[in-house]
Design a protein around this ligand. Structure first.
Ligand code: ASP
Length: 429
C-alpha cells in the first residue's frame, strides 16, 4: 500500500462522463491510499469570478449568473446519481453562502469578496466527486482543506503558513485515512488563522496537491491532464509538439517559471525538497506513461517553447536625463511588489528601466500612476513573450519570422524575446 496524491483539474471533472472516468481511474488504484485534490468543474472558476465582479460593481444580471452555476452543477448531478436529494442539499448549503453574501451591501475589498465567492467552485466539485465515489462503492471521505492549509491574509494570492499547515496536515489527513481509502479535498483554497477563506492564485490546485504531498510524505504525486504529459510546446499553438518522457525537477522549475502552463510554477519545489516523484499523465489514457519529473532526468532536451501572450512593456525613464540609479531601482521594485506585478523580463539602460509584465490592467494602472509622479512612463501593449529553453538558431528564426523583436535576453540555455506582430510588408512592383 502506497500513499499517493492525485490532482484532477477542471477539465477532468467538467461533466458527468469525465467524472465517471475519474471514478474508473481511482478505482484502479485499490491497493493504495489516495488523497485527491480537485479543481472546480470546467469553467466554474471563471463563472464565479464574473459573479464576484458583478456583485462588487453592483451590475445587473448577478442573480442569473449565480443561477447558471447552480443549474450547471444540477445538470451534472442529475446525470450522475439516481437519488439526487442528499447531494443537492449539500450543494445548496454552499450556494446559500453566496446568496447571503450577495444580498448584503458591498463592505469588503474586492480581493476578499473574490476569495469568498470563487472558493465555492472547489467546495462544490469536491462534494460531487466524493458523493460519486461513494455511489460506486469507493470508501471515500470529504475533507475541508481549509482546516489544513493555513495562510496569511493576502486574499487572491495567499501565502502558505507552512508550520501550521504541516501540523494540521499530519494529524488531519492521517486521521481521515484511518477510516477511508480515498480522501477528496479541494485545490486552490485555504484559510487564515481566524478561518476566513483565502485562495492561492489562479491554477493553484497543483500547488495544493504539492503542499499536501510534502506534508504527508506521499510516495508520489500525479497530475491528471488533458494532454499526454509535459510537451515541448502548447499543442493549441503548435503542431506536433513532442512529449518529454522524463524531466529533472530543475528543468521543470525553469519551464514553469517561464510560463509553461502545464504545471503551476510553485508545484515543484516542495516535491523536490522531499524527492517525491511527480507524474503528469493523460486522464483519457490512464495507462500511458506520461512524463516523470524527478531527480533523475535527461541532460539533453529538445527546444522547449513557452509563449506568454498579453504582455506589456513598460519603459520608465528619468525626466531630467539623469541615470536610473540603484535608489530608483529600489523604489521601482518596491512598487512592483506593492502592486503584485511579476517581472518577466527587464533591462536597465543609462536613463531608463524597461520591464515586461503580464497585463493586469488595474494593478499596472496603480503602479504607473505612482511612478509618473517622478518618471516618464510609456507602455507598449499586446505583446508576446517567447521563451525557448535549449534553443537553436533554427527554432528561434522560425519563431520570430515576420515579428519585431523589441527586447531579447540570452542566458545559458534560455532565450527570451518580447515580440510584436508586424503587418506583412508587400513590395510594390
Ligand atoms: N479552479 C482554480 C482555477 O481555475 C484553481 C485550479 O484549477 O487550479 O484557477
Amino acid at each position: 500500500m502506497e500513499l499517493k496524491v492525485f490532482k484532477f483539474g477542471g477539465a477532468s471533472v467538467r461533466d458527468a462522463d469525465n467524472i465517471k472516468n475519474v471514478g474508473a481511474i481511482v478505482n484502479s488504484f485499490k491497493e493504495d491510499k489516495i488523497l485527491i485534490v480537485v479543481s472546480a468543474m470546467g469553467k466554474t472558476t471563471n463563472a464565479l469570478e464574473k459573479i464576484a465582479q458583478s456583485y462588487f460593481d453592483q451590475t445587473k444580471g448577478l442573480r442569473e449568473l449565480v443561477d447558471k452555476v447552480k443549474s450547471d452543477h444540477h445538470e451534472v448531478i442529475d446525470e450522475l446519481f439516481d437519488d439526487t436529494a442528499a447531494i443537492k442539499s449539500e450543494l445548496n448549503d454552499l450556494f446559500v453562502e453566496i446568496d447571503w453574501l450577495i444580498e448584503d451591501e458591498v463592505k469588503d475589498s474586492y480581493d476578499y469578496i473574490y476569495d469568498q465567492i470563487v472558493s465555492v467552485g472547489e467546495l462544490l466539485s469536491s462534494r460531487v466527486l466524493n458523493a460519486f465515489f461513494n455511489s460506486i462503492g469507493l470508501n471515500s471521505s470529504w475533507l475541508d482543506v481549509r482546516d489544513i492549509i493555513k495562510t496569511d491574509e493576502s486574499y487572491r494570492g495567499a501565502k502558505v503558513d507552512w508550520d501550521s499547515t504541516l501540523s494540521f496536515a499530519k494529524s488531519g489527513i492521517s486521521n481521515a485515512f484511518k477510516s477511508a481509502d480515498v480522501i477528496v479535498t479541494q485545490g486552490f483554497i485555504g484559510s487564515t488563522n481566524d478561518n476566513q477563506t483565502t485562495t492561492l492564485g489562479r491554477e493553484g490546485s497543483d500547488f495544493t496537491a504539492s503542499i499536501l504531498s510534502y506534508c504527508i510524505d506521499a510516495k508520489e504525486m500525479c497530475i491528471w491532464k488533458d494532454v499526454p504529459g509535459v510537451l515541448t510546446a502548447d499543442p493549441r499553438l503548435f503542431k506536433n509538439p513532442i512529449k518529454l518522457d522524463k524531466l529533472t525537477y530543475k528543468e521543470a522549475i525553469e519551464m514553469t517559471y517561464y510560463g509553461a502552463k502545464v504545471i503551476h510554477p510553485k508545484t515543484i519545489k516542495p516535491l523536490e525538497n522531499k524527492g517525491i516523484k511527480l507524474y503528469v499523465k493523460p486522464f483519457n489514457n490512464p495507462s500511458a506513461d506520461g512524463t516523470l519529473i524527478s531527480a533523475e532526468g535527461s541532460n539533453h532536451y529538445p527546444p522547449v517553447i513557452v509563449i506568454e501572450k498579453n504582455q506589456v512593456l513598460i519603459s520608465i525613464s528619468s525626466n531630467d536625463f539623469s541615470f536610473i540609479a540603484e535608489d530608483h531601482l529600489a523604489m521601482i521594485f518596491s512598487l512592483l511588489d506593492k502592486y503584485r506585478l511579476k517581472v518577466n523580463l527587464m533591462r536597465n539602460t543609462a536613463i531608463s528601466f524597461i520591464v515586461c509584465i503580464s497585463s493586469e490592467v488595474d494593478r499596472i494602472a496603480g503602479f504607473t500612476e505612482e511612478l509618473e509622479k517622478q518618471f516618464t512612463v510609456t507602455q507598449e501593449k499586446d505583446l508576446e513573450l517567447i521563451t525557448v529553453r535549449h534553443y537553436n538558431d533554427e527554432t528561434v528564426q522560425s519563431l520570430i519570422k515576420s515579428k519585431m523583436v523589441l527586447l531579447e535576453e540570452r542566458h545559458m540555455s534560455t532565450i527570451q524575446m518580447v515580440i510584436r506582430q508586424v503587418p506583412l510588408q508587400q513590395r510594390i512592383e
